[in-house]
Design a protein around this ligand. Structure first.
Ligand code: ZN
Ligand code: ZN
Length: 788
């Protein structure tokens, strides 16, 4: 037997190996195998097994040495999907498979040094039978290191890769109560009280310390005195422990919702892509849940994709309250053990509904009947920062096509791409135009900040409304799409903005740190007033971020509880869920945050939403900037008045004449989409063309510029120069001291409608480039979501 293997390396091809008879019963496509590649052992993915080869190879085939898995980790359908991702996004196939497997740790290979066969172990006392880990090698005395190095170069020793296994459950240090009758201090009593408040009076030591803000000595003393006993607790790592509590709700479907459900149900078992365009608060989630119920009744599984973590807890909790333990959650902040636990549960079919972020696409479900992509317009579905640079929504449509099942793309503000495809009737468009229950659309007020009476950053009009909302016992959401305290430091003499020394972006002042911070490389710098351009001490802080708004709010409403949600307050695990949970339980009256508070959230007691500065984002050099800004304003407005109380929205702006802001304020979605589609068509941007972004980066700016120049020359021999924009510096020209230049290719719709011809040319040019150009890095991003 033979098999075709994809190794997780920078190569675009697969390799054929022969399978020894002893392993041929065990091996199936979708399993990992061990085989030597070059001079090293490598783990690769078997993507196909063959009894005979169509053509005899001219060289002797190597044999695989072992099969890693007892059951396939990828179904045949997933293999098809991952191959498509590799082809379409021009990504090395083995790396795509690795990215699709939950446990990267399976590939945290460690190098070990071994004794060559035939060589006597007695000559090598420092090398144990299981090999010497190269981590331990470094701590050996110099003489011994030297001897081993000689052994390696003479071939008496060799280095091989070892792949450690990941544990499914985590063991943590915990305590339980042994004897409560002993005398203890009040601080110690807090620990006992905490333990007694739990269903099972035991808890992880780390968690106790965190909850009580106590030192380990308090707990150690209790163990010493025989009050507590320490033991190793197994944490099965069910990520649901930290979810937002779900309130009970009466679900009575509207006629509109029932019609949508009927329509989709009729297409169960066939490829049927649906754009579900429902205004904010129209009850899309209820539609998903009803359809999932119907699928589960027939024994099928359901995959629900949601944008990255911020909104996962709320929607997952809704599913959990309906389907109980059959639901799993999947996102990037899970630990390795949580991920592997969930993966195993899905494989065992104990989990039938997966709710997760983009990588949930690769969950090992065997019998999916329905896929939902909620908030399909979200940029976080595109993996822009690493290979494969795939778009989970587009890949999900391909997956549904492979599986021959319906897929629902849900949104209140569809992406222009999906909106356009539904206009072309490639996607079926279904609409929900009424708010769920009795809720009415909010009343939107546009506040012209150039004329409005103000108090600090707030217009009097907004403050009056806020005051009334709080007095009525209702809650408010305030959006400020900049984190930090001040946004930039500007020199009053030479008008230069203070930038990060390593990146070409402005530094932001963070008051709590009392430092300047770069939001691109995360470096911090001491606050300074000396301008690096003119040397005068004339730098002043201008602009305002979430921290400053929070400070002003607290001055105006000293007794009001404000929760701030931005990248700075949500760095820790489960912080999102905790803040949302507290807001839901009305522990805070105002939720202040960046765009992460804009979508998906559903709080019936919120009757006021305010956008502090709607102009943030106008003029960004990116063809998607206005689409994003419109969606943000529209989405956040939709957070208001979702319960039985009417809602208000205040949009503060310095450019009230801007058509985009006018249309967003009137909630005129169609008008905006038609205008934007017209502009995209004029400029030949998606959905009217296919884009490929090529970026070259490196430490030496001149080398980068020269290398991309040579790349451009190679490209324009095959692609019309009118389709190659650039080469030009990236909008953020420097990050972490690396210069970045780019070329943007627009695949012409007439000559190359789906972009595949251009993709073929690029793969070829890229291979040559990688071989010839050293010292610079090149990446390729098909259908890029951001050009920054
Ligand atoms: Zn200056
Ligand atoms: Zn930086």
């Amino acid at each position: 037997m033979y098999c075709s293997i994809a190794f997780p390396l920078e190569v675009y091809q697969t390799y054929t190996y022969s399978v020894p008879e002893s392993l041929s019963d065990k091996l199936k496509a979708g399993m990992r195998v061990k085989a030597s590649f070059g001079s090293r052992a490598q783990i690769g993915y078997c993507i196909e097994t063959m009894l005979v080869l169509s053509s005899k190879p001219s060289y002797k085939l190597k044999e695989i040495s072992d099969v890693v898995d007892s059951t396939p980790i990828f179904s045949e359908d997933l293999i098809k999907l991952i191959k498509w991702i590799s082809d379409y996004y021009l990504a090395p196939i083995g790396i795509c498979f690795r990215a699709a497997h939950p446990s990267e740790s399976g590939f945290k290979r460690q190098q070990f040094c071994f004794i060559q066969e035939g060589e006597s172990p007695e000559n090598w006392p420092d090398i144990p039978a299981g090999g010497l880990s190269m981590i331990n090698f470094v701590s050996l005395p110099d003489l011994k290191q030297k001897k081993i190095k000689e052994g390696l170069s003479s071939g008496k020793l060799f280095i091989d890769n070892i792949f450690p296994k990941v544990k499914e459950a985590r063991r943590v240090a915990a305590v339980k109560i042994l004897n409560t009758k002993l005398p203890i201090t009040s601080r110690q009593q807090d620990v006992i009280d905490l333990l007694l408040s739990l269903d099972t009076p035991q808890e992880e030591i780390r968690v106790i310390q965190k909850k009580l803000k106590c030192s380990s000595s308090v707990i150690n003393k209790l163990i010493e005195n025989g009050v507590l006993t320490k033991f190793e607790m197994e944490v099965p790592a069910d990520p649901f422990d930290h979810l937002v509590a779900e309130r009970k709700r009466d679900v009575k479907l509207s006629v509109e919702q029932s019609d949508v459900i009927d329509n989709i149900e009729k297409h169960f078992g066939t490829f049927y892509p649906v754009l579900l365009h429902g205004i904010t608060g129209s009850g899309k989630t209820e539609v998903y849940i009803e359809l999932a119920k119907k699928q589960l009744e027939t024994g099928k599984q359901v995959l629900i994709l949601v944008p990255e973590i911020a909104i996962t807890p709320q929607i997952a909790a809704r599913f959990r309250s309906t389907f109980g333990e059959q639901v799993a959650i999947w996102h990037s902040q899970m630990s390795d053990s949580e991920r592997l636990w969930t993966w195993t549960q899905i494989q065992k079919n104990a989990i039938r509904v997966v709710v997760g972020a983009r990588s949930a696409l690769f969950a090992p479900m065997k019998d999916i009947g329905l896929i939902v992509v909620d908030e399909e317009q979200e940029a976080s579905y595109k993996q822009d920062d690493q290979v494969p640079r795939y778009h989970a929504r587009d890949a999900a449509v391909m997956y549904a096509h492979i599986l021959n099942i319906p897929i629902i793309l849900g949104s209140a503000t569809p992406s222009l791409e999906s909106y356009y495809l539904s206009a072309l009737k490639r996607y079926k468009r279904l609409e929900l135009n009424q708010r769920f229950g009795d809720a009415q659309l909010p009343h939107v007020h546009l506040v012209d900040m150039t004329e409005a009476p103000r108090q600090g950053l707030f217009s009097q009009e907004l403050l009056a409304a806020l005051d009334k909302t709080l007095k009525d016992g209702k809650q408010a959401i305030i959006l400020q799409n900049r984190r930090g305290y001040n946004t930039v430091m500007v020199c009053s003499e030479c008008k230069q903005i203070l930038q990060c020394p390593s990146c070409s972006v402005a530094l932001t002042y963070h008051k709590r740190l009392d430092k300047l911070m770069c939001h691109v490389c995360n470096a911090t710098y001491p606050l300074t007033i000396t301008c690096p351009h003119c040397g005068k001490q004339t730098l002043t802080a201008v602009g305002h971020g979430t921290q400053k708004i929070e400070e002003e709010l607290k001055k105006i409403f000293p007794d009001v509880r404000v929760a701030r949600m931005d990248m700075d307050t949500t760095r820790t695990k489960h912080a999102h869920a905790r803040i949302l949970n507290e807001f839901e339980q009305q522990q805070h009256q105002i939720l202040l945050g960046t765009q992460m508070i804009a979508k998906g959230l559903d709080f019936p007691n919120v009757t006021l939403v305010s956008i502090m500065n709607a102009d943030t984002g106008i003029g960004i050099p990116d063809h998607r900037a206005s689409e994003r800004l419109f969606q943000l304003i529209y989405q956040v407005s939709g957070r208001s008045g979702r319960g039985k109380y009417p809602g208000d929205v205040y949009i503060q702006t310095f450019s009230p004449e801007e058509p985009l802001i006018q249309m967003a304020a009137k909630l005129e979605l169609r008008a905006f989409y038609n205008l934007e589609l017209f502009q995209r068509k004029t400029l030949q941007y998606p959905p009217f063309s296919r884009l490929f972004l090529i970026r070259v980066s490196g430490k030496n700016a001149r080398e980068v510029e020269a290398a991309i120049g040579r790349m451009y020359k190679a490209l324009v021999t095959k692609i019309s120069p009118s389709c190659c924009l650039g080469p030009a510096p990236a909008p953020i020209e420097r990050i972490k001291d690396k210069t970045r230049w780019q070329i943007l290719i627009k695949a012409d719709r007439k000559n190359d409608p789906n972009g595949n011809r251009t993709a073929g040319i690029l793969i070829h040019v890229l291979k040559n480039f990688r071989q010839q150009e050293k010292g610079v890095k090149v990446l390729i991003n098909r259908d890029p979501i951001s050009l920054m």
